[in-house]
Design a protein around this ligand. Structure first.
Ligand code: SF4
Length: 294
């Protein structure tokens, strides 16, 4: 049982050893609850049913949920318990099940969704990912996921190495997002504006890196078309130990230039954020004892 769930291909037996992501074969979760800080089409009126998994296959120096990277915080759930949590989220009014940084836990997640659906779960499943997953894993997930919410972080590999320790990030994200679109198509909204199915690509604009934002947007336009839904995120918040150029917030001008790049390329389906979103207030609290929070 050697793990090859993501492009790291650590080839460790996670029953005995942790891989780069810090995860064993157990499902470890650090928060479950209604989450209201996603895009309006994901939050709807009831809030998104956020399930925050512990562990990550990237090491982004600016991550707002950095405490989760090591995979050691959180509570272990069996597939039955996770299925029950999904049903509980539906009961308290969640608009969807929003699986956050789920890739290392794909095996347990698919079992849990099967169990929850047998017991009556009707909510759409959102796969909220850093984009660093293999095409095979996207294929495996395609019959479980309704809405894909991938980051597309970098075009410039020097940034991917320096900020996230992510070899071949651009080509991996391009291939995985391309496969998501093949399976699910462009994002479809219902009559109230809630996402039903498809792909919404997120990009966090970084200080002094708008040139890379332009390259990513241009690649999306070329490979996936300008009808693609985008979320252009302004919420970059420097960590206390941040080094230049990441030791400051984005300037108004940088974000305006990023929006301008979207418009110049012809994108019209773009979620933008207010400058006030660049704060730690948007970071949820995590814990080793997890109950479903309303
Ligand atoms: S999921 Fe974790 S253990 Fe498996 S290949 Fe990726 S980083 Fe390695």
């Amino acid at each position: 049982m050697s793990c090859g769930l993501c492009p790291r291909r650590c080839a460790v037996d996670r029953r005995e050893q942790k891989g780069f992501c810090g995860c064993t074969d157990a499902i470890r979760i650090a928060r479950i609850g209604l989450h209201r800080y996603e895009e309006p089409c994901i939050c709807g009126t009831g809030g998104s049913g956020g399930i925050f998994f512990s562990g990550c296959n990237l090491r982004c120096v600016f991550c707002q949920n950095k405490v989760l990277q090591s995979g050691s915080i959180g509570q272990i759930f069996t597939p039955d318990e996770l299925a029950q949590a999904m049903l509980d989220l539906e009961k308290i009014g969640a608009e969807n099940i929003n699986l956050v940084t789920p890739t290392p836990h794909v095996e347990g997640i698919t079992k849990s969704i099967d169990i929850a659906k047998c017991k009556g779960l009707t909510l759409p499943i959102v796969y909220n990912t850093n984009g660093y997953l293999s095409v095979d894993t996207v294929d495996k997930l395609s019959k479980y996921v309704d809405i894909w919410l991938p980051d597309f972080k970098y075009h410039d590999q020097r940034l991917a190495d320096r900020f996230s320790k992510a070899p071949r990030y651009y080509e991996i994200a391009l291939a995985s997002i391309g496969r998501m679109l093949e399976h699910s198509g462009q994002l479809l909204l219902d009559e109230t504006g809630k996402a039903k199915q498809g792909v919404l690509i997120r990009h966090l604009v970084l200080p002094a890196c708008v040139y890379d934002t332009r390259d990513i947007l241009s690649a999306i336009a070329t490979h996936f078309g300008t009808e693609t839904y985008l979320s252009l995120m302004h919420q970059y918040t420097p960590q206390p130990d941040a080094q230049p150029p990441l030791d400051r917030r984005l300037t108004k001008r940088e974000y305006e230039n990023a929006i301008r790049a979207c418009l110049d390329l012809g994108f019209t389906r773009v979620f933008i954020q207010k400058a006030q979103s660049a704060t730690f207030a948007y970071t949820p609290e995590f814990s080793d004892e997890v109950t479903v929070q309303s």
